[in-house]
Each structure stands twice: as C-alpha cells, then as structure tokens.
Design a protein around this ligand. Structure first.
Ligand code: BTN
Length: 329
C-alpha cells in the first residue's frame, strides 16, 4: 500500500497543474481535512511546492530535483512492483540480496540515493556519490535454467539503450558485455548476480548504475576522462524522478519479455543498432589469454564473436574486451 502523500501527489499530478479541493483529497484518503493539511505539510518539507487557494484547494507548483521516494511512487503506474528506497546503502545489489534472503517477494527494486560500497564487474568499485545519478537493483525470481539467462544482461542493456535513444534523446550504446557508453565514455554499467538452486535461477539481481545529472567534477580524477553523464554530455539536467520512473517501467517490462521469450526479434533487430564494438578491432582478455581481431556481433547465447586474422571466428563468453586503435576493417 502506498503512503497517503503518494496518493495525494498522484491526484495532483493527474490534474496537471489544476486545483484539487481539500475535500476531494480527504474523500480519497477517507481522512479529515485536518489530516490532509498535515500530509501537505510533510510534502512541503520534502521539497514540493503548492499553491493553496481558499474554495479551490491545492495545486502543484514545483517538485524536488533530487530523488524523492514519494514522487517516484506517485509517478509509477499503480501495478508497478514495490520500490525499496534507501538514503544510503552499501550496495543496492547487496540490499536486494538481503531482502530476497529475508523473504521479500520478487519482483521489486532497490533504489539508493548513494552507495558506500557500490560494486562493478570483476570486483571493481562503482563510484556512487549522491550527485544526481541512479543506483538501482532489480530483484527477480525467474525459476529458469541458467542457460536460458545467458544473454539476459545484453538484452536488458539493449532495451535500456533503446529507451535512452528513443524516449530521452540520449545517444547511448552498449559495449559487450555490460557497459553503457556515449561517445566512447562510460555512462553506466550493469551487474547481474544470480543464485542457482537445483539447476534453476532462484534469485536474480540486475544492478544498474547510470550517470544522469552528475557533473564531471563529482567524479574522482581518474574517471574524468573515461566516464560521463547525460547532463555532462547533453547540457540538459533531467528530472531524476520522472526519468527513473520511466526507466523502471521499461526495465520491468524488458524482464517480462525476456522470461516469455517474446524479446527475441526485437533483440536481433536492436542489438546491431547499439553495439558499439561492431566491426571494430578489439582484444578480448580471459585470464592470461588474449585474442585480437574484429568484433562481429554476438551469437544466440550472447557470446561475442571475434574474427581473427586467419578468418576463424572466436566465441568469447566472459572476460574483458578493449578497443584497439582503429585500422581498416
Ligand atoms: C560495471 O560496470 O562493472 C557494473 C557496474 C554496476 C553498478 C551498479 S550501481 C547499482 C548496483 N549496485 C552495485 O553495487 N552495483 C550495481
């Protein structure tokens, strides 16, 4: 059940800047007008601005710029899976794992304002200050065999790139296996972690870090040349709550499509549009081994295909891939 303030916000948002009477809100929540007044005070303290006019009621004038759990909830369709908001957390992936272990029913999403131990692939750290970026972990219990999940992160990344390009005019691409890039710089990263039980994926946590409104100065010096944010690149500061709400809806629907298997034709069509490595010279490193060649897309299992100098094709299922200096492909 959503808090009363989220119900009030939902009603005010639906009126799109028009007044809503106090008695309508009181009726909706089945509480007194005095109770409505105190909910409005709470919303004011959370950064919402209202015009209150006698005989007309309230209308929404301004909303908070930073992440607001109430605003996020009010913007999401009522049937969306629960959102667990954390002001500060070690890692939203770890928090999602703890919630699953404690019996919270999936699906749900953990949204963190900041993380103290945000983590990336291969044990790397994910810089996670409170600077207008998103740290999200989606928890699912797909009950599917692990082989079915091989291309999961690639599909989710593709769906997110398509959302960014089409809904937000952000020209993001995906770098196999888990990076989201703009202009060759890192915009975001995905970290999928699974718990397997008797040959089935019991718990699946899909972590997504996305640099939205953070500025270059917010980044540690070593990341300033390699990372970027939507705001740094486009000069536009996005409404973080509206952006997050639309993104959450897309991620949940992309997951449902994946589980049903109805994503396949869209995946095949979209992957080449967003594949930042396609046709480029790359080196794949797996432990002590490294292989150089030209990237030639992915196969049905999500393995990266590399065409080697002898024209043979190498399938890479894990590891790190770096772009080599461009030569003729
Ligand atoms: C990578 O690029 O290696 C993946 C980075 C994934 C970062 C996100 S931020 C939200 C979630 N919580 C974490 O600790 N990691 C993921």
């Amino acid at each position: 059940m959503q808090p009363p303030e989220a119900t009030i916000l939902r009603e005010l948002l639906a009126r799109d800047g028009d007044f809503v009477s106090g008695s309508r809100l009181a009726e909706l929540l089945e509480v007194s007008r005095v109770a409505i007044w105190s909910h409005m005070e709470k919303l004011r303290n959370d950064g919402f601005h209202f015009e209150a006019r006698p005989r007309c009621g309230y209308r929404l004038q301004a909303t908070p710029r930073e992440l607001s759990p109430l605003f996020l909830q009010a913007l999401l369709p009522a049937e969306t899976a629960p959102v667990h908001f954390r002001e500060e957390v070690d890692s939203t992936n770890s928090e999602a794992e703890r919630l699953l272990a404690a019996g919270s029913p999936a699906p749900f999403v953990v949204v963190g304002r900041s993380q103290t131990r945000g983590r990336g692939r291969l044990g790397r750290r994910w810089h996670s200050g409170d600077s207008g970026n998103l740290y999200l972990s989606f928890a699912f219990q797909p009950g599917l065999p692990p082989q079915r999940m091989q291309s999961f992160t690639l599909w989710m990344g593709t769906a997110i790139c398509h959302f960014l390009n089409t809904s937000e005019r952000v020209p993001a691409g995906i770098k196999w296996p888990n990076d989201l890039l703009i202009d060759g710089r890192k915009l975001g990263g995905m970290l999928t972690e699974a718990r397997v039980d008797s040959d089935q994926i019991r718990d699946l946590v899909f972590g997504l870090g996305l640099n939205v409104n953070g500025s270059r100065e917010d980044l540690p010096a070593e990341l300033r040349e390699v990372a970027t944010s939507i705001a740094a690149l486009t000069g536009r500061t996005l409404c973080l709550n509206r952006f997050a709400a639309a993104l959450l809806v897309r991620v949940f629907s992309a997951y449902r499509e994946f589980v049903r298997g109805s994503h396949l034709s869209e995946f095949q069509e979209l992957w080449p549009l967003y594949d930042t490595l396609a046709g480029k010279p790359v080196t794949a490193r797996q432990g002590n081994l490294s292989h150089t060649g030209f990237a030639r897309g992915i196969d049905g299992d999500g393995c990266l295909l590399i065409e080697r100098p002898d024209r043979s094709t190498l399938r890479v299922s894990a590891g790190d891939v770096t772009l080599e200096k461009e030569a003729a492909s």
